[in-house]
Design a protein around this ligand. Structure first.
Ligand SMILES: [Zn+2]
Length: 319
């Protein structure tokens, strides 16, 4: 029997020779830099309780979770499942104030407060509101919405002092569609820029967002009907990753009312093509779009040749 030590010496010599033959001389391991931006889909579904969380995305900046886009029901659980820290998520972008896009906001605010147990600041951006007019429903502005939740007479008035002082810095963004509108910068710090422009989702004031950092960008359409697509095309120009909400099939396959709320895949594909988006993610999937993926992709392909991904909860993508 060969002594163990002897065998080890032989193996080391052989390994050394092998390394010398195959390894480049003294190559240092490349420093791994976190990606400038990363998308984590937390909620890929729509309003139906069908197994997907409702609309919500997280954006990592240089590897740190910083920005949440919408806060639909179920994303609280999905966020916990990712194991990502809540404390650095200081920016909340709201595309519109439908319940399937904001329903988890109180729970997420409380979760971040108890995770930090220190003074915590939230910067919240969302659409301004409007009064009820005939068929047009009342929508509070985002600042009014936050006041109704966390203000001194709000539903969760206890929360700002519950686990370290919470402060909210809320900005209402103009959501009315106007001719010749251009995207405006709503946040710019240390190379991270967020721009916004009015979207259109029937009577719900809505905002389209784009996040730019170190030459990469992610653009979020939010729920969007065909009236908002010109603005989406403008803000998404040359974007690295375009996230569109895809809830209906091409006409006439959905009830007419849904085409006043959402854009069909042929129109979404045209915007992706016109804006030269490098890749496309389809989110806010409904049973109609989820169960007819071939048909949806065929419609997209009429105008767009880049990579197309159907969103899943907890999908992570690099732009
Ligand atoms: Zn929705």
């Amino acid at each position: 029997m060969v002594p163990r030590r002897h065998v080890s010496r032989h193996m080391m010599a052989a390994t050394g020779l092998l390394m010398a033959l195959v390894a480049p001389a003294f190559s240092e391991p490349a420093e791994t830099k976190p990606p400038a931006l990363e998308l984590v889909v937390l909620g890929s579904g729509g309003p139906g309780a069908l197994g997907r969380a409702a609309s919500c995305h997280l954006v990592l900046v240089d590897g740190t979770p910083r920005i949440m886009v919408d806060a639909g029901p179920g994303c609280f659980v999905r966020l916990g499942e990712t194991g990502l820290p809540l404390a650095p998520i200081g920016i909340q972008l709201l595309t519109h104030l439908h319940a399937d896009h904001v329903g988890d906001l109180p729970g997420l605010v409380k979760a971040r407060a108890v995770a930090t147990h220190a003074p915590t600041r939230f910067e919240i951006f969302g659409p301004d509101g409007h009064g009820r007019q005939g068929e047009i429903a009342y929508f509070p502005s985002t600042s009014r919405f936050v006041e109704l939740l966390f203000g001194t007479k709000g539903a969760f008035a206890y929360l700002p002092d519950f686990a370290g002082r919470l402060t909210f810095d809320v900005k209402d963004l103009a959501a009315a569609l106007l001719p010749r509108q251009e995207p405006t910068i709503i946040y710019s710090k240390e190379g991270l820029a967020i721009t916004a422009i009015a979207g259109h989702h029937r009577d719900a004031p809505s905002i389209i967002y784009r996040i730019d950092h170190s030459g990469k960008s992610i653009t979020f359409s939010g729920d969007i009907d065909p009236d908002g697509l010109d603005n989406l095309r403008k803000i998404a120009m040359d974007t690295s990753l375009l996230v569109v909400n895809s809830a209906v099939l091409d006409p006439p396959k959905a009830p007419p009312i849904l085409y006043t709320l959402h854009s069909p895949p042929t129109a979404l594909g045209r915007v992706a093509g016109d804006s030269k988006a490098l890749s496309l993610v389809l989110a806010h999937l409904s049973p109609a779009t989820d169960q007819n993926r071939d048909e949806v992709e065929k419609s997209i392909r009429a105008h767009y040749a880049g990579p197309v991904t159907f969103a899943e909860d907890k999908l992570r993508l690099l732009p």
